[in-house]
Write a protein that binds this ligand. Structure first.
Ligand SMILES: Cc1ncc(C[n+]2csc(CCOP(=O)(O)OP(=O)(O)O)c2C)c(N)n1
Ligand SMILES: [Mg+2]
Length: 800
């Protein structure tokens, strides 16, 4: 597995560990003390936290990892990661010098913003850890379908902070991993017993050990380094081991901080009267004693290499590696060290110990004892870096230009979605085969059942549907097999989004493209929101279908209403959001989405703010409300307008006084209201907004482009409003927060009355709720009357 065959190579690794620690520390020091900082803010939480992982990461990157392995590095170990990549020739000095500055190396490893081959972004603790698990499941999925078998299987590795394990999403993922037969996954816990504020509870490792074993993992505890193991074999060694085992975490940390003399005093006081132990202590200098006591498993290269070597199988394995936060630095072990920074004086001492001359701080081999040629030769042979480009590419899957479902005259977008996917499920080309669906226990209730019946559930081992084999009639045929295309998840929305993140990076990680679709109830987007953001930040590509939504689910209950999601859809970077009212619109959007999630290339610019060249992920907010469909031909212009975000369902005339702008399932109310208003107001317009997100983004980008000199830039919404008179009032309405559409008034300077839902939880029939919240036809008419005063609108009072 690794190739450290000689003592010389082990010694080189030791030198590289020191160099890595130096470069990381210097990077942070430079950013804090030396570089002209534009904001005056200091970097916190890096120095001590990075040092904690210096040894483990040295062992991994320079010896153990293979090019096919993928790693999520604990956020605060970012400087160590960048330093290692610098030594491997994949990071530049300029970016290190600009650490956490504009376009410099990032404070937390970023797959999209860093240039040195970050596999998984981290930052929001817990998410990167779970991502490795779901990436491993994705790898199994891809290979079970017969794809990518010419490439070696990779291992997904997470470097986990011990306090990071407080995050619940990690345990949600663990449970799912157990259900799905997780393989090829290592989690290496940096057990420094410190978090940001605190020292962790005694004996936490025992809970972890039990927990991981319960979920079917191997657990390897790396507590004592090789120096300690040797010392335990000396006379009195067993006593020392007992003392270490009984020492409370805060005391151990305090003594690490205090150093050799303090260790001597404490050990002598507590166990030193027992002849043998006194000898063991006395024969060591203060420095040697400190080195012995600091020699925990996580800082001992031979122990680490051996442990990783012994785990050369595909079982999920958790390594609990004892470490010292701030290892090798003056703040080692101190409970306040999280945001600790080395002072200039401390840095000078450290520099001396590292034998780095002023002006040579960035020289890769400065102060090391091996000749540079020998070190360089070693680095050239590092297996992880030897194969060149680790990010893979996959060709785009050809998708149909149009989807043409047969649908009922009165139907909902959710039903339409089910019908569209069912139709796709009939196909046997690459398009149908590359789709993978997933849902956190709402497969049937989000209408994915038809597709799953056709394509089957995924499991590495086939499992028959018992109801079918027992000949009990059922609408659903749920056979699990390695060929299945639906991954059934337990009810955990964080898992849904992290799985989508993993599936949606398959083209880059496995070199095999998938077209992932995840479904959930709209309100529960909020439950998984940080993971959704994480997935988008990594540029994973997927379609998320959220249904039912809003108060339109009516009798289903107040607890399931979603209000803020349309705003989330607008604000979420990397996610194009749509809320169609009609199934023909949905068909257009879905066909477009399959192409959009595969796009890449092109810089995001003012001209291209909608990412039409660069691509992204897609969110469809759907509804269970049956709506009378419009019988119409889907002309190319209408198709384009639907994708751009809006079209005139009824174009306003030159004498228009009022316009109704609506989104989604509220279409019948908006249409009815316009019909009523039209009896007393001339030239009324009705604008159907299919994507407030894209409509708004286009408008903002066009304004910025003009401000920067592109005087002819025009957005879709500006063109739509080009002929609308300035005195015309606008009523906007949707089943969601009114701010979603309120901004349209600013496009051409029209007054707006935005209607929508602002309060949560009232239950009732659809009519009750639309009336209660003021988004029914009557409320729209009343708002129109108020905003475009004139002759009373006669039908207003006539409505119930
Ligand atoms: C979701 C989330 N909450 C809070 C934080 C702020 N934060 C960063 S690191 C950290 C704790 C660090 O402890 P540990 O994981 O043990 O790492 P160590 O500093 O010991 O290396 C916290 C609370 C965060 N990054 N993400
Ligand atoms: Mg910690």
């Amino acid at each position: 597995m690794y190739d450290v065959t000689s003592n010389e190579e082990l010694a080189i690794l030791g030198e590289l560990e020191r160099k890595t620690l130096w470069l990381a520390s210097w990077t942070i020091h430079n950013a804090n003390h030396l570089r002209e900082s534009d904001d005056g803010l200091k970097v916190g939480g890096h120095q001590a936290s990075s040092a904690s992982l210096a040894t483990i990461m040295t062992a991994l990157y320079f010896a153990v990892l293979r090019p096919q392995d993928r790693v999520a590095v604990k956020p605060h170990a970012s400087p160590i990661f960048h330093a290692i990549q610098y030594l491997l020739g994949k990071q530049t000095r300029e970016r290190l010098e600009a650490f956490r500055g504009y376009k410099g190396a990032q404070s937390y490893p970023s797959r999209t913003k860093d240039a040195d081959d970050v596999d998984f972004s981290t930052g929001s603790v817990g998410l990167g850890v779970a991502q490795t698990l779901f990436s491993s499941l994705t790898q199994d999925y891809v290979r079970a379908h017969g794809w990518g078998l010419d490439r070696p299987e990779g291992r997904m590795v997470a470097l986990v902070g011990d306090a990071e394990l407080d995050e619940g999403n990690i345990f949600e993922a663990l449970l799912e991993g157990w259900k799905q037969g997780l393989r090829n996954c290592w989690w290496i816990v940096d057990y420094n017993r410190q978090s940001l504020d605190a020292v962790v509870r005694e004996g936490l490792w025992e809970r972890y050990e039990q927990l991981f074993k319960n979920f079917g993992w191997d657990v390897v505890i790396l507590k004592y380094g090789s120096l300690q193991q040797a010392a335990f074999k000396e006379p009195g060694g067993e006593k020392l081991r007992q003392w270490i085992d009984n020492c409370p975490n805060p005391l151990y940390s305090a003594l690490v901080f205090a150093g050799g003399a303090a260790w001597r005093k404490r050990l002598t006081d507590e166990i030193g009267d027992q002849g043998d132990v006194s000898q063991l202590i006395d024969k060591r200098t203060d420095d040697e004693l400190a080195a012995l006591m600091n020699n925990l498993g996580g800082h001992d290269l031979p122990s680490l290499l051996e442990a990783f070597h012994n785990a050369d199988n595909d079982r999920p394995t958790c390594f609990i590696a004892y470490t010292v936060k701030g290892f090798g630095l003056p703040m080692a072990g101190h409970k306040d060290n999280h945001a600790g920074l080395m002072t200039l004086a401390q840095m000078a001492t450290f520099r001396q110990a590292m034998r780095v001359r002023p002006g040579h701080e960035w020289d890769p081999f400065e102060g090391l004892s091996f000749p540079p040629e020998r070190l360089q030769a070693f680095l050239y042979r590092v297996p992880f870096a030897a194969a060149g480009e680790r990010r893979l590419q996959a060709p785009q899957i050809e998708v149909p230009d149009e989807l043409r479902p047969a649908f009922q005259a009165v139907t909902s977008t959710q039903t339409g979605f089910g019908a569209l996917l069912n139709d796709i499920g009939r196909g046997d080309g690459a398009f149908a085969r590359r789709i993978v669906t997933t849902s956190p226990d709402v497969t049937v209730s989000t209408n994915l059942g038809g597709f799953v019946n056709r394509r089957g559930l995924f499991a590495r081992q086939a499992m028959a549907d018992t109801f079918k084999s027992e000949r009990i009639p059922s609408t659903f045929n749920w056979e699990f097999s390695p060929k299945g295309q639906h991954i059934e998840l337990g009810i955990a929305e964080m898992n849904l989004f992290i799985l989508l993140s993993a599936l949606g990076l398959s083209h880059s990680i496995n070199g095999e493209r998938l077209l992932p679709i995840g479904t959930l109830y709209d309100p529960f987007i909020a439950r998984g929101l940080d993971a959704l953001n994480y997935a988008c930040y990594q540029d994973a590509r997927f379609i998320v279908v959220a249904t039912p939504s809003g108060i339109t689910l009516a009798g289903e209950g107040g607890a399931h209403q979603s209000i803020a999601e349309p705003l989330i859809g607008m604000a979420q970077d990397g996610l194009a959001s749509f809320e169609p009212a009609y199934v023909d619109e949905l068909a257009v959007i879905l066909a477009w989405a399959f192409a959009y999630i595969q796009k890449s290339g092109g810089e995001i610019s003012e001209r291209n703010w909608l990412r039409d060249e660069t691509g992204g992920s897609v969110y469809l907010r759907l509804s269970t409300r049956p709506v009378e469909q419009i019988a119409r031909e889907m002309k190319p212009e209408l198709r384009q307008h639907i994708v751009d975000g809006a079209y005139w369902q009824r174009k306003p005339g030159p004498n228009c006084q009022v316009i109704v702008v609506y989104t989604g399932a509220i279409a019948p109310e908006a249409t009815a209201a316009v019909g009523l208003i039209a009896e007393d107001r001339r030239d009324v317009g009705l604008l159907a907004v299919t994507s407030a997100d894209r409509l708004n983004a286009g408008w903002t980008a066009a304004q910025r482009a003009r401000e920067r000199g592109l005087v002819h830039a025009r957005s879709h919404v500006e063109r739509l409003f080009a002929d609308v008179p300035a005195h015309c009032g606008i009523v906007t309405v949707l089943d969601g927060h009114p701010a979603t559409l309120a901004w349209v008034g600013a496009v051409a300077g029209n007054r707006v009355r935005p209607l929508g839902v602002e309060h949560f939880g009232q239950t009732g029939s659809l009519a009750d709720l639309y009336r209660h919240y003021g988004i029914d036809a009557n409320a729209i008419v009343a708002a129109a009357q108020a905003i475009a005063p004139g002759r009373p609108i006669r039908h207003l009072k006539a409505l119930p």
